[in-house]
Design a protein around this ligand. Structure first.
Ligand code: NAP
Length: 294
Protein backbone atom coordinates (compact mmCIF):
# COMPACT_ATOMS: atom_id res chain seq x y z
CA UNK A 1 0.00 0.00 0.00
CA UNK A 2 1.47 3.31 -1.03
CA UNK A 3 -0.60 5.64 1.22
CA UNK A 4 1.91 6.77 3.89
CA UNK A 5 -0.63 6.59 6.73
CA UNK A 6 -3.33 4.24 5.49
CA UNK A 7 -6.66 3.87 7.21
CA UNK A 8 -7.44 0.20 7.79
CA UNK A 9 -10.78 -1.32 8.75
CA UNK A 10 -10.23 -4.20 11.21
CA UNK A 11 -13.05 -6.73 11.43
CA UNK A 12 -13.45 -8.37 14.84
CA UNK A 13 -11.14 -5.72 16.31
CA UNK A 14 -12.07 -6.59 19.89
CA UNK A 15 -11.68 -10.35 19.39
CA UNK A 16 -8.81 -12.38 20.85
CA UNK A 17 -7.03 -12.49 17.50
CA UNK A 18 -7.92 -9.42 15.40
CA UNK A 19 -7.40 -7.47 18.63
CA UNK A 20 -3.68 -8.25 18.22
CA UNK A 21 -3.67 -6.75 14.70
CA UNK A 22 -4.83 -3.29 15.87
CA UNK A 23 -1.67 -2.35 17.86
CA UNK A 24 0.58 -3.78 15.12
CA UNK A 25 -1.07 -1.46 12.59
CA UNK A 26 -0.84 1.54 14.91
CA UNK A 27 2.87 0.76 15.44
CA UNK A 28 3.25 1.10 11.65
CA UNK A 29 1.50 4.50 11.61
CA UNK A 30 -1.75 3.23 10.15
CA UNK A 31 -5.03 4.64 11.45
CA UNK A 32 -7.37 1.90 12.55
CA UNK A 33 -11.12 1.95 12.07
CA UNK A 34 -12.48 -0.88 14.22
CA UNK A 35 -15.61 -2.74 13.12
CA UNK A 36 -17.33 -4.05 16.24
CA UNK A 37 -20.75 -5.28 17.17
CA UNK A 38 -22.93 -2.78 18.97
CA UNK A 39 -21.98 -3.37 22.61
CA UNK A 40 -20.65 -0.53 24.81
CA UNK A 41 -17.76 -2.68 26.10
CA UNK A 42 -16.57 -3.35 22.52
CA UNK A 43 -16.30 0.35 21.69
CA UNK A 44 -14.20 1.13 24.74
CA UNK A 45 -12.00 -1.94 24.21
CA UNK A 46 -11.30 -1.03 20.56
CA UNK A 47 -10.24 2.48 21.57
CA UNK A 48 -7.94 1.11 24.30
CA UNK A 49 -6.25 -1.13 21.72
CA UNK A 50 -5.47 1.96 19.63
CA UNK A 51 -8.34 2.31 17.14
CA UNK A 52 -8.88 5.96 16.24
CA UNK A 53 -12.37 5.30 14.87
CA UNK A 54 -14.92 2.71 15.93
CA UNK A 55 -17.87 1.77 13.73
CA UNK A 56 -20.58 -0.59 14.80
CA UNK A 57 -21.81 -3.14 12.32
CA UNK A 58 -22.50 -6.78 11.67
CA UNK A 59 -21.06 -9.08 9.02
CA UNK A 60 -24.64 -10.27 8.43
CA UNK A 61 -25.88 -6.71 7.80
CA UNK A 62 -24.58 -5.75 4.37
CA UNK A 63 -25.69 -2.12 4.73
CA UNK A 64 -23.47 -1.74 7.81
CA UNK A 65 -20.50 -3.07 5.83
CA UNK A 66 -21.03 -0.50 3.05
CA UNK A 67 -20.66 2.35 5.57
CA UNK A 68 -17.81 0.64 7.44
CA UNK A 69 -15.56 0.42 4.34
CA UNK A 70 -16.25 3.94 3.08
CA UNK A 71 -12.96 5.81 2.59
CA UNK A 72 -10.59 3.14 3.97
CA UNK A 73 -7.39 2.10 2.17
CA UNK A 74 -7.28 -1.45 3.52
CA UNK A 75 -9.33 -4.14 5.25
CA UNK A 76 -8.26 -6.89 7.67
CA UNK A 77 -10.86 -9.65 7.83
CA UNK A 78 -11.17 -12.71 10.10
CA UNK A 79 -14.37 -14.77 10.25
CA UNK A 80 -16.03 -16.10 13.41
CA UNK A 81 -15.08 -19.75 13.91
CA UNK A 82 -17.63 -22.48 13.08
CA UNK A 83 -20.36 -19.98 12.12
CA UNK A 84 -22.55 -21.79 9.57
CA UNK A 85 -22.59 -18.66 7.36
CA UNK A 86 -18.89 -17.78 7.82
CA UNK A 87 -18.29 -17.98 4.04
CA UNK A 88 -21.22 -15.68 3.21
CA UNK A 89 -20.02 -13.15 5.81
CA UNK A 90 -16.51 -13.14 4.32
CA UNK A 91 -17.74 -12.86 0.75
CA UNK A 92 -20.00 -9.93 1.74
CA UNK A 93 -16.99 -8.16 3.30
CA UNK A 94 -14.86 -8.73 0.17
CA UNK A 95 -17.62 -7.47 -2.12
CA UNK A 96 -18.32 -4.39 0.00
CA UNK A 97 -14.59 -3.52 0.04
CA UNK A 98 -14.23 -4.06 -3.69
CA UNK A 99 -17.27 -1.90 -4.50
CA UNK A 100 -15.92 0.88 -2.28
CA UNK A 101 -12.57 0.92 -4.13
CA UNK A 102 -10.52 -0.39 -1.19
CA UNK A 103 -7.00 -1.10 -2.48
CA UNK A 104 -5.70 -3.72 -0.09
CA UNK A 105 -7.41 -6.68 1.61
CA UNK A 106 -5.83 -9.10 4.10
CA UNK A 107 -7.80 -12.25 4.87
CA UNK A 108 -6.86 -14.32 7.91
CA UNK A 109 -7.96 -17.76 6.62
CA UNK A 110 -6.68 -21.10 7.96
CA UNK A 111 -3.86 -23.53 7.27
CA UNK A 112 -4.92 -26.09 4.62
CA UNK A 113 -8.16 -24.38 3.53
CA UNK A 114 -8.43 -26.93 0.73
CA UNK A 115 -8.98 -29.64 3.35
CA UNK A 116 -12.68 -29.23 2.60
CA UNK A 117 -13.55 -32.35 4.65
CA UNK A 118 -13.53 -29.90 7.58
CA UNK A 119 -16.34 -27.33 7.26
CA UNK A 120 -14.40 -24.60 9.07
CA UNK A 121 -11.66 -24.96 6.43
CA UNK A 122 -14.09 -25.25 3.51
CA UNK A 123 -15.78 -22.02 4.60
CA UNK A 124 -12.59 -20.07 3.80
CA UNK A 125 -12.46 -21.18 0.14
CA UNK A 126 -15.35 -19.01 -1.20
CA UNK A 127 -13.82 -15.96 0.52
CA UNK A 128 -10.45 -16.60 -1.14
CA UNK A 129 -12.20 -17.18 -4.49
CA UNK A 130 -14.12 -13.92 -4.11
CA UNK A 131 -10.81 -12.07 -3.59
CA UNK A 132 -9.36 -13.51 -6.81
CA UNK A 133 -12.28 -11.91 -8.70
CA UNK A 134 -11.60 -8.35 -7.53
CA UNK A 135 -9.09 -5.65 -8.48
CA UNK A 136 -7.86 -5.39 -4.88
CA UNK A 137 -4.31 -6.19 -3.81
CA UNK A 138 -4.93 -9.16 -1.53
CA UNK A 139 -2.75 -11.05 0.92
CA UNK A 140 -4.11 -14.35 2.19
CA UNK A 141 -2.86 -15.77 5.48
CA UNK A 142 -3.06 -19.50 6.23
CA UNK A 143 -2.31 -19.63 9.98
CA UNK A 144 -1.78 -22.91 11.85
CA UNK A 145 -3.42 -23.70 15.21
CA UNK A 146 -3.09 -20.64 17.44
CA UNK A 147 -0.74 -20.93 20.45
CA UNK A 148 -3.16 -18.57 22.22
CA UNK A 149 -5.62 -21.52 22.48
CA UNK A 150 -3.31 -22.92 25.18
CA UNK A 151 -3.54 -19.67 27.16
CA UNK A 152 -7.27 -20.13 27.83
CA UNK A 153 -6.62 -23.37 29.75
CA UNK A 154 -3.37 -22.23 31.39
CA UNK A 155 -4.72 -21.66 34.95
CA UNK A 156 -6.15 -25.22 34.92
CA UNK A 157 -2.82 -26.64 33.69
CA UNK A 158 -0.89 -24.91 36.49
CA UNK A 159 -3.41 -25.87 39.18
CA UNK A 160 -3.92 -29.52 38.19
CA UNK A 161 -0.59 -30.34 36.51
CA UNK A 162 -2.24 -31.71 33.39
CA UNK A 163 -2.65 -30.42 29.83
CA UNK A 164 -5.55 -32.18 28.15
CA UNK A 165 -6.79 -32.22 24.56
CA UNK A 166 -9.19 -34.82 23.12
CA UNK A 167 -6.77 -36.48 20.71
CA UNK A 168 -3.65 -38.65 21.16
CA UNK A 169 -0.70 -37.18 23.04
CA UNK A 170 1.58 -38.15 20.13
CA UNK A 171 -0.37 -36.26 17.40
CA UNK A 172 1.75 -33.40 16.07
CA UNK A 173 0.04 -30.09 15.31
CA UNK A 174 1.40 -27.11 13.43
CA UNK A 175 1.07 -24.05 15.69
CA UNK A 176 1.66 -20.31 15.40
CA UNK A 177 1.70 -17.38 17.81
CA UNK A 178 -1.07 -15.08 16.56
CA UNK A 179 1.12 -12.07 17.41
CA UNK A 180 3.31 -13.14 14.47
CA UNK A 181 0.23 -13.49 12.25
CA UNK A 182 -0.83 -9.99 13.34
CA UNK A 183 2.61 -8.64 12.46
CA UNK A 184 2.47 -10.22 8.98
CA UNK A 185 -1.02 -8.78 8.47
CA UNK A 186 0.19 -5.31 9.45
CA UNK A 187 3.21 -5.55 7.13
CA UNK A 188 0.88 -6.58 4.29
CA UNK A 189 -1.43 -3.63 4.96
CA UNK A 190 1.29 -0.98 5.25
CA UNK A 191 3.98 -2.14 2.79
CA UNK A 192 3.95 -3.47 -0.78
CA UNK A 193 6.18 -6.51 -0.32
CA UNK A 194 3.47 -9.05 0.60
CA UNK A 195 1.01 -8.05 -2.15
CA UNK A 196 -0.72 -11.06 -3.75
CA UNK A 197 1.07 -13.48 -1.40
CA UNK A 198 -0.67 -16.53 0.03
CA UNK A 199 1.29 -17.41 3.13
CA UNK A 200 1.27 -20.53 5.27
CA UNK A 201 2.00 -19.26 8.80
CA UNK A 202 3.43 -21.89 11.12
CA UNK A 203 6.21 -21.75 13.72
CA UNK A 204 6.66 -25.50 14.18
CA UNK A 205 4.96 -28.82 14.87
CA UNK A 206 4.71 -30.39 18.35
CA UNK A 207 2.95 -33.27 20.04
CA UNK A 208 1.29 -32.82 23.45
CA UNK A 209 3.98 -35.11 24.92
CA UNK A 210 6.58 -32.59 23.77
CA UNK A 211 4.49 -29.63 24.96
CA UNK A 212 4.04 -30.95 28.52
CA UNK A 213 7.76 -31.51 28.78
CA UNK A 214 8.31 -27.81 27.79
CA UNK A 215 5.64 -26.78 30.32
CA UNK A 216 7.26 -28.84 33.08
CA UNK A 217 10.68 -27.30 32.41
CA UNK A 218 9.34 -23.73 32.27
CA UNK A 219 7.17 -24.12 35.39
CA UNK A 220 9.55 -26.33 37.36
CA UNK A 221 6.58 -28.66 38.02
CA UNK A 222 5.66 -32.03 36.52
CA UNK A 223 2.89 -31.60 33.90
CA UNK A 224 1.24 -34.65 32.35
CA UNK A 225 -0.55 -34.99 29.01
CA UNK A 226 -4.25 -35.87 29.34
CA UNK A 227 -6.43 -37.37 26.63
CA UNK A 228 -10.07 -37.01 27.71
CA UNK A 229 -13.03 -37.97 25.54
CA UNK A 230 -14.42 -35.03 23.56
CA UNK A 231 -17.52 -34.67 25.79
CA UNK A 232 -15.46 -34.47 28.99
CA UNK A 233 -13.04 -31.99 27.43
CA UNK A 234 -15.92 -29.85 26.12
CA UNK A 235 -17.62 -29.76 29.53
CA UNK A 236 -14.42 -28.29 31.05
CA UNK A 237 -13.63 -25.93 28.18
CA UNK A 238 -17.05 -24.22 28.36
CA UNK A 239 -16.80 -22.71 24.87
CA UNK A 240 -19.52 -20.28 23.78
CA UNK A 241 -20.58 -22.63 20.96
CA UNK A 242 -23.91 -24.12 19.89
CA UNK A 243 -24.33 -27.90 19.49
CA UNK A 244 -23.76 -27.47 15.73
CA UNK A 245 -20.50 -25.61 16.31
CA UNK A 246 -19.35 -28.23 18.87
CA UNK A 247 -20.04 -30.95 16.29
CA UNK A 248 -17.75 -29.20 13.80
CA UNK A 249 -15.06 -28.80 16.47
CA UNK A 250 -15.32 -32.53 17.28
CA UNK A 251 -14.68 -33.27 13.59
CA UNK A 252 -11.53 -31.13 13.71
CA UNK A 253 -10.22 -33.09 16.72
CA UNK A 254 -11.05 -36.38 15.00
CA UNK A 255 -8.93 -35.25 12.07
CA UNK A 256 -6.08 -34.33 14.45
CA UNK A 257 -6.38 -37.78 16.06
CA UNK A 258 -5.80 -39.50 12.74
CA UNK A 259 -3.44 -37.18 10.89
CA UNK A 260 -2.31 -34.29 13.12
CA UNK A 261 -1.76 -31.11 11.12
CA UNK A 262 1.36 -30.51 9.07
CA UNK A 263 2.93 -27.09 8.62
CA UNK A 264 6.20 -25.49 7.58
CA UNK A 265 7.84 -22.35 9.01
CA UNK A 266 9.57 -21.26 5.77
CA UNK A 267 7.04 -18.62 4.66
CA UNK A 268 6.46 -17.16 8.14
CA UNK A 269 10.22 -16.66 8.61
CA UNK A 270 10.48 -15.01 5.18
CA UNK A 271 7.47 -12.73 5.74
CA UNK A 272 8.68 -11.57 9.17
CA UNK A 273 12.35 -11.34 8.20
CA UNK A 274 13.20 -13.01 11.55
CA UNK A 275 12.66 -16.28 13.40
CA UNK A 276 9.00 -16.84 14.34
CA UNK A 277 8.06 -16.81 18.03
CA UNK A 278 8.44 -20.41 19.20
CA UNK A 279 6.01 -22.46 21.27
CA UNK A 280 8.75 -22.82 23.86
CA UNK A 281 8.99 -19.03 24.28
CA UNK A 282 5.19 -18.70 24.36
CA UNK A 283 5.01 -21.23 27.20
CA UNK A 284 7.91 -19.46 28.92
CA UNK A 285 5.91 -16.20 28.87
CA UNK A 286 2.86 -17.92 30.37
CA UNK A 287 5.02 -19.47 33.09
CA UNK A 288 6.64 -16.12 33.94
CA UNK A 289 3.21 -14.49 34.13
CA UNK A 290 1.97 -17.12 36.61
CA UNK A 291 5.17 -16.81 38.65
CA UNK A 292 4.60 -13.03 38.90
CA UNK A 293 0.96 -13.62 39.94
CA UNK A 294 1.99 -15.73 42.97
N1 NAP B 1 -8.30 -21.09 16.86
C1 NAP B 1 -7.40 -21.54 16.00
O1 NAP B 1 -6.47 -22.25 16.38
C2 NAP B 1 -7.50 -21.15 14.55
C3 NAP B 1 -6.47 -21.51 13.68
C4 NAP B 1 -6.53 -21.08 12.35
C5 NAP B 1 -7.61 -20.32 11.92
N2 NAP B 1 -8.61 -20.02 12.79
C6 NAP B 1 -9.71 -19.18 12.31
O2 NAP B 1 -9.71 -17.94 12.99
C7 NAP B 1 -11.02 -17.38 12.96
C8 NAP B 1 -11.38 -16.71 14.28
O3 NAP B 1 -11.47 -17.61 15.30
P1 NAP B 1 -12.41 -17.32 16.56
O4 NAP B 1 -13.86 -17.33 16.23
O5 NAP B 1 -11.93 -18.23 17.58
O6 NAP B 1 -12.09 -15.81 16.94
P2 NAP B 1 -12.93 -14.83 17.84
O7 NAP B 1 -12.03 -14.38 18.90
O8 NAP B 1 -14.25 -15.35 18.22
O9 NAP B 1 -13.12 -13.66 16.82
C9 NAP B 1 -14.22 -13.53 16.07
C10 NAP B 1 -14.47 -12.03 15.98
O10 NAP B 1 -15.49 -11.84 15.03
C11 NAP B 1 -16.48 -11.02 15.62
N3 NAP B 1 -17.79 -11.40 15.10
C12 NAP B 1 -18.44 -12.56 15.31
N4 NAP B 1 -19.63 -12.54 14.65
C13 NAP B 1 -19.69 -11.32 14.03
C14 NAP B 1 -20.65 -10.69 13.21
N5 NAP B 1 -21.79 -11.29 12.88
N6 NAP B 1 -20.38 -9.45 12.77
C15 NAP B 1 -19.22 -8.80 13.10
N7 NAP B 1 -18.27 -9.36 13.86
C16 NAP B 1 -18.51 -10.60 14.32
C17 NAP B 1 -16.44 -11.24 17.11
O11 NAP B 1 -16.95 -10.07 17.69
P3 NAP B 1 -17.53 -9.94 19.15
O12 NAP B 1 -16.30 -9.54 19.95
O13 NAP B 1 -18.56 -8.89 19.04
O14 NAP B 1 -18.08 -11.29 19.55
C18 NAP B 1 -14.95 -11.46 17.33
O15 NAP B 1 -14.30 -10.24 17.55
C19 NAP B 1 -11.95 -18.49 12.48
O16 NAP B 1 -12.26 -18.25 11.13
C20 NAP B 1 -11.09 -19.75 12.59
O17 NAP B 1 -11.45 -20.75 11.65
C21 NAP B 1 -8.58 -20.39 14.09
Amino acid sequence: MRAPNPTVLVVGATGRFAGLVVPELVRRNASVRALVRDRPANIEKARKLGASEVVTGDLRNHQSLESAVEGVDGVFHIGPAFAPDEAAMGVAMVEAASRAGVRKFVFSSVIQPTNTRLENHASKVPVEAALYSTDMEYTILHPANFMQNIEAGWPFIVEHGVFSEPFPTTAKLARVDYRDVAEVAAIALTEARLAYATLELCAGMHSRDEIVSMMGEELGLPISAGEPAFGEWAANARLPYSDGQMYLLAKVFDHYAHYGVGGNSLTLRAALGREPRSLRSFIGELAQRSARAV
